[in-house]
Write a protein that binds this ligand. Structure first.
Ligand SMILES: Cc1cc2nc3c(=O)[nH]c(=O)nc-3n(C[C@H](O)[C@H](O)[C@H](O)COP(=O)(O)O)c2cc1C
Length: 323
């Protein structure tokens, strides 16, 4: 039986619903030694700002039960280096779209549609976000912009934009106006009502939402009697946050009409299918890639296997099937 694995993400077709999570996959170069990036629905890059950022002092990562804390602080080389190095790598590595064989035929899992590029954007201020978005708008190989308004590890920008509905609506509208590509707003779980934030982003003109970013946490090093991270707090990711993420994807998918991309602790196809059944159109595989570099492939193959076992002809039939 042939299955359709492709999904429509705000008018752009992904060959399958599996993407990487920003900041856990670089821009793919390190991972291309382990598998062909052309198997992915999309590559999501680490956050980039218009100018280079140093990030936070070390130590800035530590392990926790079933997860990790990070306080990288969005270290990045800035737009110029990113475009000349990372985007260039993706342009050289990812194959372009192929025309469907017949009009109206679906891009099947064999891969008619080229892997898409999602660039994650960060900024300390509205001006910085817009500056980076304008620069990226001129880049042909960028298919989507993902706007990180949810990083818990930077004092200005990041989460400061993502926790107030009015602020979310305003920054979304400004970015939407400046962007050429579809805009995905990346939401923080560190709020009382994520559905309210989701509605604010939709009202501002977001084309899609992605969630969740990391949950703020803290670890104490009892031998040294101090904080495990120099930043004191960090963002919790990995399997520990998966049930929280599924709940939030469900709430947001019910609250808005635009597509939702689900992430948070996905390790297996089963985890990804939970997100899809909760209402996600696509999913991102994150922290697990640090110890299993081929995890995203396992998720793709596992979803196909599920469709086969359950005689489901189209992955889209599963989106939001649990209501
Ligand atoms: C080391 C690290 C760096 C991250 N950097 C970014 C980033 O630059 N931009 C962003 O939007 N999210 C960033 N994230 C958040 C992830 O993209 C993802 O939302 C989160 O980790 C939950 O998914 P996971 O549990 O599968 O890792 C980062 C996460 C980690 C662990």
């Amino acid at each position: 039986m042939t299955h359709n694995m492709s999904v429509d993400l705000c008018g752009v077709r992904l060959k399958n619903p599996v993407m990487t999570a920003s900041g856990t996959f670089g821009s793919g170069a390190e991972f291309s030694e382990f598998f062909d990036l052309n198997r992915l629905g999309a590559v999501v890059t680490k956050g980039v700002a218009s100018t280079p950022w140093e990030g936070n002092p070390t130590p800035r990562i530590c392990e926790t039960p079933s997860g990790m804390l990070n306080a990288i602080g969005l270290q990045n080389p800035g737009f110029e280096v990113f475009a000349g190095r990372d985007l260039k790598f993706l342009e050289e590595t990812l194959l372009p779209d192929e025309e469907p064989a017949e009009e109206g035929s679906l891009a099947l899992s064999s891969g008619m549609t080229g892997t898409k590029v999602v660039v994650n954007v960060c900024g300390h201020s509205e001006e910085e976000y817009l500056d980076c978005v304008e620069k990226l708008s001129g880049e042909r190989r960028v298919d989507f912009l993902e706007i990180n308004i949810s990083c818990p590890n930077v004092r200005e920008g990041g989460i400061a934009f993502g926790t107030d509905p009015k602020g979310v609506e305003r920054i979304t509208a400004a970015v939407r106006k400046a962007a050429r590509q579809p805009v995905i707003m990346k939401l923080s779980p560190n709020v009382t009502s994520i559905a309210e934030i989701a509605r604010a982003a939709e009202a501002g003109g977001a084309d899609a939402l992605s969630l969740i970013n990391t949950l703020t946490g803290m670890k104490i090093d009892v031998e040294r009697r101090t904080f495990a991270l120099a930043n004191r707090t960090g963002g919790l990711s990995g399997p520990a946050i998966h049930p929280v993420a599924v709940r939030m994807v469900y709430e947001c998918a019910k609250a808005v009409r635009i597509p939702v991309i689900g992430m948070g602790g996905i390790r297996t196809a089963e985890d990804a299918l939970e997100m899809i059944m909760a209402g996600a159109t696509a999913v991102s595989v994150g922290t697990v890639s640090f110890h299993d570099q081929r995890a995203a492939l396992g998720v793709i193959d596992g979803i196909e296997d599920y469709l086969e076992r359950h005689c489901v002809p189209d992955v889209r039939d599963l989106i939001g099937c649990v209501r």
